[in-house]
Design a protein around this ligand. Sequence first.
Ligand code: BTN
Length: 333
Amino acid sequence: MAEDINLLLKMLKENKGNYVSGQEICEMMGVSRTAVWKHVNVLREMGYVIQSSTKRGYMLVKEPDILTYDEVGPYLKTKYIGRNYIYRKSVDSTNTMAKSLPQDTPEGSLVIAEEQTAGRGRTGKSWESPRNKGIWMSLYLKPDILPQDAPLITHVAALAVVRAIKSVTGITPGIKWPNDVIIDGKKVCGILTELNAEMDCVNYVVVGIGINVNTEKFPDELKDVATSLLIEYRKIGTHKARNDTKGLIDRKHLLAEVLNHFEMLYEKFLSGEVADIIRECKKLSVTLGKSVRIITKGGGFDAIAVDIDDRGALIVEREDGSRQAVIAGEVSV
Ligand code: BTN
């Protein structure tokens, strides 16, 4: 059934804007006219606009704004990132789901959902993930690296998101160390990297990425700190990334671009070419040169952020001139 629907969708997409005769579809798929009619209705329920005419057959008029593989695949240029594609309309958290995948799950598998009912942020916070408004995704990775090198993957992800946003919208965001993507001082994307490792080897890494894409309004407690691409886009009033008459940002294209850039950067990271990645992160950093408060479990201290080292740690300088590398921890600028 699912395969038949995929085949039908492929035919309709290849002929978008033109009628495909019912007879042709029946022959191609080896099913009856009634079966075709049923499949067409399944696609309509998914949001595809399909015109039908007794004489001429079926015509695909418009695809819905959904993140299925059928919709995102055409933009993908990757070899393995996002090629094993696990799509859900709704999940508790894509990170939680990715962490429960079997051990033989292929490297680069993607869990993507239209909505999360219990999206998780860092430090135990929750993550607002309204239906069809954003990109709520987790990548399942099995890098052959030492556990202490895993934090660099967060930088790889942040950079992939920045590059993707830039290519789709023309806006260049900044990175608040280590993993918040920022536009005009507000957070547009957060990254939650979760590691499962032994002392000297990594079993898997789940990189969870949440991008506020078409959110128009945030709850009161978030409205001063969070933003979306749509909100920022409307401020500058360009038209580059709109995907339809409603003027929304094209989530499919953006998701594919995140995956495309992620694979390129991840490959570099795996082959030890970290310097370029760090250099780009430093250029984009909104943290360097600023007074920061490093929040640790035992309390916190004030310092100036002066550098990011080749492990991705933030180098901070205290008032007495001493320098310290901060590997993890909350930073407030
Ligand atoms: C943060 O900035 O605190 C991190 C937010 C990470 C949110 C993403 S959304 C997809 C993935 N699934 C989750 O439950 N969390 C991450």
